[in-house]
Structures are given as structure tokens and as C-alpha cells.
Write a protein that binds this ligand. Structure first.
Ligand code: GRG
Length: 289
């Protein structure tokens, strides 16, 4: 896994220039190059690899996924959204570059990412690139990431159209699981996998995404700024709808463990040290609690 993370870091640095007007490129590159876990690009590359593709073909799309993810983090931290002063252990983008540049840096990452896929995905067929771009726009927009964020904001304001449980699942499938789904789907498309395989990985990513969000909710309760690199305890203090607030810590942990077991079951059909390592790392932190 370490080699894949290093490869992603190297390519992100290479793909993201700092050119005129420097203020915007510096703001884009700042949060992008801070040490994130790089889970989405790594999962994309590993899916492509285990399904038989040469990972060099999918590196631009894998890096584009990290850019989309970072865009969502920059915008999520803005005062008009989650209002968080820290991200990845450092001051949030708007704290360093100002709100206007942080909004623009997010917008620029959102459009830089598909541009990168089009310009650099040399080994992929045009039909594969078109499908990847279609999935990117569908999952990033009002059918995906934005839908999750809107319902999250609505629920914080006390507006619930569905039951609290349905609302919570909708938020996390769309805010969190959606980018893991996009990651494995792009990897599988790059490997020219059949639809059944794409759906199998998609199902894995949905379960993984929900488990990941439950993990995030639990960490907000039990972890520290030093461990997470962002403000902790905010969800609890603001009375936010989370797995812990809705189900309690014990049931949230049990849901998490069940989902992780299902993920191990799906991925055991493939020979993947990397996916097992990711699942082990998540499971370990909850076990050791
Ligand atoms: C797509 C235009 C457009 C807007 C996005 C702001 C927004 C709308 C969505 C918010 C999405 C969001 C911040 C979801 C939280 C998901 C989550 C658990 C993030 C943390 O991911 P990690 O732990 O972070 O992988 P690192 O820093 O390691 O990459």
C-alpha cells in the first residue's frame, strides 16, 4: 500500500502545476499535497490491478479522484458549510488563502480533474474515458456528493423528509460512499471488467463507505486532534445526526464490524493485499478501543 500512496503523491505533485495566476494554483495544491490517506486513488489503482489492467493507464483518473475529494474537503470546511479551521493537521484552505480563493480553488479542482483525465489517460480507449467522465459527473453532482451535502445541511437545520435512519443512510451513501464507489468503478472500467464485476465492486464500496463513515463518527467521539488532524467532538456538541447519536456507540460499533466482515467476504474472492490492509487498519482501531 505504501508504494501506491508514494506513487499517487508523486503523480499529484507532477500533475498539479503552480503557474500564473499563482494564488489559485497554490491554493489548489496546498490541501491536495497535505498528507491524506489517499484511500480513493489507492482503491482505484488496486481494483484496476486485481482485474488485470496496467495501473499506469488509470493513474490520471486515480489522481483526479483525489482532486475531487480534496475539492469536497475544501468546500466542506468553509464557514458557510461545516466551518472547520483545520484539515489534515493544518489550517483549512480558507484560513490560509481566504474564503474567495478557497471557493475558487475547490471549483478549479472540480474542473481540473476531468481535464486531467481527458489529457493524460493515454492507455485508455475513448469509450472508456467517456464512461469514466460520465460516472465522474454523475457521482460528483446533484445525484451524488452534492445531494449528500444538501441533505446533511437540511438535517442539521431540523428538516427531515425521511425517517432519521433513512436520512442518515442517504447522507452517508452520498457524501462518503459515493467516492469509494466511483474509485472502484473507474478501476474496473479501466480494466474492461464486465457489468457484474463492476457491480460487485460497487457493492463492496457501498459497504466500505458506510463502515468508513461509522468509523468517522465513532472517531469524532473517542479520538483526538493529534490522531485525526481535524477538530473533534464537533458532531456531538452540535447535536448532529450521526451513527453514534442515532444508534449509540455500542450499536454503531457492531454495525461497523458487520459491514467490515461483509467487505472481507467480498474481497476474499480476489488476491488483494492492499484491500485487506485497508480493512485491517480500520478494524484494528475499533478493536483496540
Ligand atoms: C462536488 C461541487 C461539489 C461539492 C461537494 C462539500 C460537499 C459538496 C460535500 C462534502 C463531502 C465530505 C466532506 C464528506 C466527508 C467524507 C469524509 C469522511 C472525509 C474524510 O476522508 P478521509 O478520512 O480524509 O479519507 P483524508 O484527509 O485522509 O483524505
Amino acid at each position: 500500500m505504501k508504494e501506491l500512496i508514494d506513487l499517487v503523491d508523486k503523480k499529484l505533485d507532477e500533475y498539479m502545476p503552480v503557474t500564473y495566476p499563482e494564488d489559485i494554483f497554490k491554493a489548489m495544491k496546498y490541501t491536495l499535497m497535505l498528507p491524506g490517506k489517499r484511500l480513493r486513488p489507492v482503491m482505484c489503482l488496486e481494483t484496476a490491478r486485481i482485474l488485470g489492467a496496467d495501473i499506469s493507464k488509470v493513474l490520471p483518473a486515480a489522481c483526479a479522484l483525489e482532486m475531487l475529494h480534496v475539492q469536497s474537503l475544501i468546500h466542506d470546511d468553509l464557514p458557510c458549510m461545516d466551518n472547520d479551521d483545520f484539515r489534515r493537521g493544518k489550517p483549512s484552505n480558507h484560513k490560509v488563502f481566504g474564503e474567495a480563493n478557497a471557493v475558487l480553488a475547490g471549483d478549479a479542482l472540480l474542473t481540473f480533474a476531468p481535464q486531467l483525465i481527458i489529457e493524460k489517460s493515454k492507455g485508455l480507449k475513448e469509450s472508456q474515458i467517456l464512461r469514466i467522465l460520465h460516472e465522474y459527473t454523475r457521482f460528483a453532482g446533484a445525484y451524488g456528493l452534492i445531494a449528500g451535502q444538501v441533505v446533511d445541511i437540511e438535517s442539521e437545520g431540523g428538516k427531515l423528509v425521511k425517517t432519521p435512519r433513512e436520512t442518515l443512510e442517504f447522507i452517508h451513501l452520498n457524501k462518503t460512499a459515493v467516492l469509494f464507489r466511483l474509485a472502484v468503478r473507474i478501476g474496473a472500467i479501466a480494466a474492461e471488467a464486465d457489468e457484474k464485476t463492476i457491480e460487485e465492486f460497487d457493492n463492496f464500496a457501498k459497504k466500505f463507505g458506510l463502515a468508513f463513515q461509522i468509523y468517522d463518527d465513532i472517531m469524532d467521539e473517542i479520538s483526538s486532534f493529534e490522531e485525526l488532524g481535524k477538530t473533534v467532538g464537533k458532531d456531538k456538541n452540535s447535536g448532529k445526526l450521526t451513527y453514534v447519536s442515532l444508534y449509540g456507540l455500542e450499536e454503531a460499533e457492531s454495525k461497523f464490524r458487520n459491514l467490515i466482515q461483509e467487505c472481507y467476504g467480498i474481497i476474499s474472492r480476489y488476491d488483494s493485499k492492499v484491500f485487506n490492509e485497508i480493512l485491517d487498519k480500520l478494524a484494528e482501531r475499533i478493536r483496540s478501543n
